[in-house]
Design a protein around this ligand. Sequence first.
Ligand SMILES: *Cc1c(COP(=O)(O)O)cnc(C)c1O
Length: 430
Amino acid sequence: MTNDPTYGFDTLQIHAGAKPDPATGARQTPIYQTTAYVFRDADHAAALFNLQEVGFIYSRLTNPTVAVLQERIATLEGGVGAVCCSSGHAAQIMALFPLMGPGKNIIASTRLYGGTVTQFSQTIKRFGWSCKFVDFDDVDAVKAAVDDDTRAIFGEAIANPGGYIMDVRAIADVADDAGIPLIIDNTTATPYLCRPIELGATLVVHSTTKYLTGNGTVMGGCVVDSGKFDWSANDKFPSFSQPEPAYHGLKFHETFGPLAFTFHSIAIGLRDLGMTMNPQAAHYTLMGTETLSLRMDRHVENAMKIATWLENDDRVDYVTYAGLKSSPYFERAKSVCPKGAGGLFTFAVKGGYDACVKLVNALEIFSHVANLGDTRSLIIHSASTTHRQLSAEQQEAAGASANVVRVSIGTEDANDLIADLDQALTKATS
Ligand SMILES: *Cc1c(COP(=O)(O)O)cnc(C)c1O
């Protein structure tokens, strides 16, 4: 009942996946702080281990608190299932793991979170995987980059940090033609602002560390499956279409249909990679999801006011917020994220690198941190921090040049935030 898809987002964000605790009637989802679960008898245990019955075995695989969060995020994204993991970066590896193998590649947008650029350009090479970075505004270039070994296309709906909006539908069409899944990182947009699955995405990944939790308390990640991809249409995805030796030759797609990805991620991914979300983290994130739409509306309203104020200020060179008419992505934002272009943008300060450093030091309400999606307003100078490992060209492609700062606008009083920026800009540029 609580997952009735005809309910509105505001209802689902509170109720989806949850019901009063069957043992105690507890209305709030309990934190099941346990590692293991007692089997009814030996036959029950055998059925669970054979994946013939769904249930709880050991918390590396499944936990009742985490399971509620999985069902909630899947419902909010319009997917059939989800698997939570220990961080957003873990979620990215969990999404790629069953699709990839040595010698296989992915195609990713040049406009991504800095940590993701590093993960894809450096670390995944150690698995024998590789990534080709392409400008996603050049759809023909994305098409041309697909080869026989390409197993996924990856992009961010609202890219962190540059105020870039991806044409999700156009890139989904390229993925469909190639018979491979499109993976969307929906961290900065959240399912309230953007619905990647409705726009053609196969998988959606999240850093739940950010807006879904909302208060900057716990790390977490999630992979949501649309359930729409035909893993057996070609021979590219043997993890789902071919017999799995570790489960007596079971074929995940044949056995679990639209839930193949979700079951594989739990039964193989979490079992063997162990990037599990803990129940305390799931609890905090469940609390966060209950107010997601309320917070996102305020994040967007404040971001709009502050971006407009900054754009009209002489000490600022430019502002990249897709909610502004001056943004090249203003029109696209209306179709990709109709409820607003998020709470995150960058602006360029006259005076370059040094002025940015002074600005960050002079702010009082804004915190200088490597995070986003907090109720508190946050600022970071990407070129000297999150995007520091990137080359100057990569920084520029990601919208993180030396004269640019990124802000994550919180839910405080917008007038206080503007006054804080005003006094800090004076100190930074005088
Ligand atoms: C933070 C972030 C990540 C990584 O998530 P962690 O939870 O920090 O591992 C990935 N993508 C985006 C867009 C992010 O903002």
